[in-house]
Design a protein around this ligand. Structure first.
Ligand SMILES: C[S@@+](CC[C@H](N)C(=O)[O-])C[C@H]1O[C@@H](n2cnc3c(N)ncnc32)[C@H](O)[C@@H]1O
Length: 465
């Protein structure tokens, strides 16, 4: 790998502060930057598009070298005007300058390359990647983490500006759904008088009204608590929850649980402050595909294990029976029919609040299943497990991958928001005699370099246990 950061003759060019040059961007890398070359030396340039000829200030002290974009000399055909006036300052949507189709092509390439590199499989040996485009390229996010800071008597609310701790204040965010979009403009008034700074998680709650989760480092005057109380009492917000730094308990107003429509069309409650997929529609696509890919060619009902289950976005379909068609095709009332078609369903999750929500979500549907509060990366895979579905955080699940390789599982569905750790863990699972049968990319985060992937593996016949 080292050689790619060097010139073709092996020598690394010396770093000269302030050096400027022009280069052509060839592709986009994981992490979002464009990749160009100077006499064979790789240079990463953020905020560029494949085909751009750009002028950059070079930083060769970085590995690989980085270029700070000074200007676009010849724009790529994939460039568009960002549909948000805060795009440059905010940095939350690092690919807003790219056509949506170009984002998909780049995502597919990043996933394919990461898997091929980490597994030592040739790209041509991998199955074609099925890409699920985002139903909505803008106005899709049903949750977002904002940052708020009191400065000179005012509270500024926005996103964290790229590579700094500054607040990029926004009063309207075009990727948020209409029900929560006005909050960015409303929150400075709600937090007026606060001292300090904090994270503010905004989400859809019950009846598609907003919920606001505040984690505050500093002081909140009584007027702030009163405004939170009024907003929930009047029903403008479904709920709010505040945790002050160092406090043992959170203060709640109304119902602070985020809620979306699950993939089965029924309300799905999420742990306040816990994990949730970025959009309702995206979560439904992900859950349907994970459940459909969890199929097993067997006449015997399978034992299904889900690791890193969260509040149950995937579980509410998995627990119904992994081999069933997507819910839209099912007759009315099927959701209440229990876990027909499964020998057992077990879900493992670390967060106690998420486990509580998961149990409520299963119970509300009349679904049987065991929810275990435990570290899923260290959890033993029960004997007789047939199917494992896992959706770990960005850091992946290396120990779980080894345990799966050594288990009785015949089908694995790995859902991931990080192609690099996904690819690393796939290497571990493949060593257990599996082969990759399906790779899918779900556009859960349009306008950004982030991509959700689903990989299905099945135990290769010759090593079937
Ligand atoms: C990417 S989320 C997936 C959740 C769920 N599949 C969904 O779509 O909502 C990862 C989940 O793993 C949980 N988690 C993180 N580390 C864990 C660990 N070591 N053991 C079990 N769960 C963990 C997080 O709380 C989070 O709910």
């Amino acid at each position: 790998m080292k050689s790619v950061h060097r010139r073709s003759n092996g020598a690394r060019a010396r770093h000269r502060p302030g050096e400027r040059t022009q280069l052509r961007i060839e592709a986009l890398a994981a992490g979002g930057a464009g990749v160009g070359r100077l006499a064979g030396e790789v240079v990463f340039v953020p905020a560029t598009a494949p085909g751009d000829l750009v002028e950059v200030e070079l930083d060769r002290s970085a590995r690989p070298a980085r270029g700070r974009l000074l200007g676009v000399v010849e724009p790529s055909a994939d460039r568009v005007a960002p549909p948000c006036r805060f795009a440059d300052a905010c940095g939350g949507c690092d690919w807003m300058h790219l056509r949506i189709e170009a984002q998909q092509v780049a995502h597919e390439h990043i996933v394919r390359q990461a898997i091929a590199r980490a597994t030592s499989l040739a790209e041509a040996e991998l199955p074609p990647i099925r890409v699920h485009p985002a139903p909505l390229p803008l106005g899709y996010r049903s949750r977002a983490r904002l940052f708020a800071r009191a400065e000179r008597g005012e509270v500024r609310v926005g996103y964290r500006a790229p590579r700094t701790h500054a607040v990029a204040a926004v009063d309207r965010c075009v990727v948020l759904v209409d029900a929560i979009a006005p909050l960015a403009g409303e929150l400075p008034g709600v937090l007026r008088g606060a001292v300090g700074e904090g994270d503010v998680l905004i989400s859809l709650g019950a009846s598609s009204r907003p919920v606001v989760e505040i984690l505050w480092r500093g002081q909140l005057p009584p007027a702030v608590w009163q405004r939170l109380d009024e907003r929930t009492a009047r029903g403008e917000w479904a709920g709010a929850r505040v945790t002050l730094d160092g406090a043992r308990e959170a203060a709640s107003f109304g119902d602070p649980r985020p809620a979306i429509l699950g993939a089965d069309g029924l309300p799905l409650f999420l742990a306040p402050g816990g994990f949730g997929q970025p959009s309702e529609e995206g979560a439904a696509v992900l859950a349907r595909r994970a459940a459909e890919l969890a199929h097993l060619d067997s006449t015997r009902p399978p034992h299904v294990l889900e690791l890193f289950a969260g509040s149950g976005t995937l579980s509410v379909l998995l627990a119904r029976g992994a081999q069933r068609p997507s819910p839209a095709a099912e007759p009315a009332g099927a959701a209440a029919s229990g876990h027909a078609g499964l020998a057992s369903f077990t879900a493992v999750e670390l967060s106690s609040e998420a486990v509580a929500c998961l149990r409520q979500n299963l119970a509300a549907r009349g679904l049987a299943g065991k929810a275990i509060e435990a570290d899923a990366d260290q959890h033993p895979i029960p004997a007789r497990t047939d199917v494992v579905v896992l959706d770990p955080p960005r850091s992946g699940a290396p120990s779980a991958a080894r345990a799966i390789a050594a288990s009785s599982a015949r089908v694995v569905v790995y859902v991931s928001c990080d192609p690099a750790t996904l690819a690393r863990d796939l290497g571990g699972i493949l060593r257990g005699g599996f082969e990759i049968t399906d790779i899918e990319a779900v556009e859960l985060f349009p306008q950004t370099s982030h991509i959700e992937s689903i990989v299905r593996l099945s135990r290769a016949r010759r090593s079937a246990r």
